[in-house]
Design a protein around this ligand. Structure first.
Ligand SMILES: [Zn+2]
Length: 349
């Protein structure tokens, strides 16, 4: 390479050194740039190797110029290093202070709601006994919720004060289901017997006090087949009570009334808190018994309404308030606490 040509290349590097180092943003970029100039394969080293090719008279001057550019590179590197350190330090100082004495942040693991846990437990018991799980819509037709179940037209449950009807429906044909019984109706309409289902789900009523919430969870069961008897109902619910509340749980059936069953009964279990031994027990109010569910033999009219011959088939049905069951299980005073979404309360159960 001729001397003037080499001189031109040296000038070119010289001109760009300051601009290139000023543009560098961090230590890695800086190291890469430095290596590209003065590394083993760097451009200034390459030019250095061309030096012997220049005319002897020019060599000394070219060598001095190359050394000057090298010195410039070294200085530019020092400046850039200082600048990068300064910037990092400034960033550090302007950041919010780190308080290493703060306790670590704990993220609570989630878990199912106590009512859903109770519901799962109940479903498991019945599935273990051979029941299928059936579900239906929460917005329901009055026909399925009341009419086909044999509710008399003037039944108080159908009153505006007890049921949430859908606005803009003056005929009161559409409502939020007040129980999961319409699932039973749908099931009987779509499947011929034998039917053996539990229907878990959310239901709605216009109630709001310590033992009633306007929205609550129910699970109902239905068995329709030949020769289903009251003895089957009793045996089934005794097994359920023992599995749910403990092997030594006692049960008691009291006559009751529901429009869709005949005969009808309420099932009580012995108090889980005092076992009937504390007259002042707040859970059972001193009676020794807790009301657990309503049940009965499916009314022949209901079977006829869904096209099943009551002379051939009989059925048993029961309805369990899951909130009330959770209430008993967890000994909670106010059923509404379950729906207030206070994690301090829910986490304590
Ligand atoms: Zn008690």
């Amino acid at each position: 390479m001729s001397g003037p040509e080499l001189g031109r290349l040296i000038d070119e590097v010289d001109r760009t050194v300051d601009v290139q180092f000023a543009a560098v943003g961090d230590v890695d970029e800086l190291n890469r740039l430095y290596a590209s100039l003065l590394g083993r394969r760097g451009s200034l080293n390459a030019l250095m190797k061309q030096l012997p090719g220049a005319a002897p008279a020019e060599r000394k001057l070219l060598g001095q110029r190359l050394n000057a550019v090298k010195g410039r590179v070294e200085r530019a590197r020092e400046e850039a290093t200082a600048r990068i350190k300064r910037t990092a330090r400034e960033r550090e100082l302007s950041a919010p202070p780190l308080d290493i004495t703060l306790p670590g942040r704990w993220r609570a693991p989630g878990r199912p709601h106590p009512i859903m846990r109770t519901l799962d437990e109940i479903v498991d018991i019945f599935v273990g006994l051979g029941f299928d799980v059936a579900e239906g819509p929460q917005i329901e037709l009055a026909r399925y919720n009341f009419d086909l179940l044999g509710f008399p037209a003037d039944h108080p449950a159908m009153d505006m004060h007890d049921t949430f009807y859908i606005a803009g429906d003056p005929g009161q044909n559409v409502l939020l289901r007040t129980h999961t019984s319409p699932v039973q109706v749908r099931e009987m309409l779509s499947h011929p017997p034998p039917v053996m289902i539990v229907a878990p789900g959310v239901v709605y009523r216009r109630d709001d006090d310590a033992s009633h919430s306007p929205m609550f969870v129910q699970i109902e069961g239905l068995v329709v087949d030949r020769d289903v008897s009251l003895a089957d109902l009793k045996g089934l619910l005794e097994v359920y009570s023992r599995r749910m509340f403990g092997e030594d749980t006692k049960t008691r059936f009291r006559p009751s009334y529901f429009p869709f069953t005949e005969p009808s009964a309420e099932l009580d279990v012995s108090c889980l808190v005092c076992y009937g031994e504390n007259r002042a027990c707040p859970q059972c109010k001193g009676t020794g018994w807790l009301e657990v569910l309503g049940c009965g033999m499916v009314h022949p009219t209901v079977l006829r309404n869904v096209g099943i011959d009551p002379e051939v088939y009989t059925g048993l049905a029961f309805g369990i308030g899951v909130d009330r069951t959770a209430n008993m299980k967890f000994a909670v005073d106010d059923i509404r606490s379950f729906y207030e979404n206070d994690v301090r309360f829910l986490g304590s159960l």
